[in-house]
Write a protein that binds this ligand. Structure first.
Ligand SMILES: [Zn+2]
Ligand SMILES: [Zn+2]
Length: 259
């Protein structure tokens, strides 16, 4: 069995999210929120074809996580994994008799242990995922208003993490968004700020945590520089070793990490 365990973020931000992973020769995606043509193109950039993708894990039904699903399912046969509530919301995107795995607990695909866990977000039953393979663990967490105790427990002992750094709290406060939208984003069912992400990381970090992808940045209320600085300076204030921080992008593939 091949021992490869790779991850890169094909695209991330408020306009669409899609993460690529490969474990033991099994190719899979978390979310399908980029246009199908972009998924095709960006996979091609890393020498992968959409036909190689065997599994797609859906976190929740918001458009920036499923906008490419319909066309993906029309052109491919990768199994779509999602929970029952989310399935009810997105089943219309899938052709009849499309292969679907409706999960309610952790499960295995070959030697990959898939652990879905609930996040705090204004969708019907939003999830995040951890993938464990040959003693290594990668966690993907976006779209959560705060890091609940459950989230923090689940992401402990990760070797690599994708973590939401949605907004800078000051930029959001002073920005042009209407007040109800600001409240939604900053609320418990909204999105993690840079500072919340930094605090969460500092709480769960360990010797094992080597790489963190900063994801789901708002184009209006954040900048890559601010996100990187906020996390970096939080770690240095606490005199903690900071894992390598990797920026993700809305319009291009991130760096690829192999563990
Ligand atoms: Zn969402
Ligand atoms: Zn989102």
């Amino acid at each position: 069995m091949p021992s490869d365990f790779y991850i890169c973020v094909l695209g991330s931000g408020s306009k669409g999210n899609c993460v690529y992973l490969r474990a033991g020769g099994v190719h899979f995606l978390v979310d399908a929120g980029l246009r199908y043509n972009d998924v095709e193109k960006r996979l091609h950039d890393i020498d992968v074809s959409t036909k190689d993708i065997q599994h797609v894990f859906i976190t929740h039904e918001h458009i920036d996580h499923i906008s490419g699903l319909k066309k993906f399912a029309k052109n491919n046969t990768a199994t779509v994994h999602l929970n029952a509530q989310t399935y009810l919301r997105v089943s219309s995107e899938l052709p009849a008799h499309y292969p679907v795995n409706v999960f309610d607990t952790a499960f295995e695909i070959n030697d990959i242990r898939v652990t879905p866990f609930a996040v705090s977000h204004d969708a019907v039953d939003p999830m995040a995922f951890s993938f464990s393979f040959l003693g290594k663990k990668i966690s993907v967490v976006t779209d959560t208003g705060y890091a609940t105790t459950l989230v923090k427990e689940q992401i402990k002992n990760s070797d690599v993490m994708v973590l939401e750094c949605n907004h800078d709290e000051e930029m959001l406060k002073k920005g042009i968004y209407p007040w109800p939208l600001k409240q939604r984003i900053a609320g418990k069912l909204g999105h993690l700020s840079n500072l919340q992400a930094a605090q969460t990381l500092a709480e769960v970090t360990s010797e094992r945590l080597r790489h963190v992808f900063l994801a789901h940045l708002s184009a209006e209320n954040n900048s890559p520089k601010l996100a990187l600085e906020t996390v970096g300076s939080h770690f240095s204030n606490l005199q903690l070793n900071c894992p390598a921080l990797i920026m993700t992008h809305q319009s291009r593939v991130s760096e690829l990490v192999s563990i």
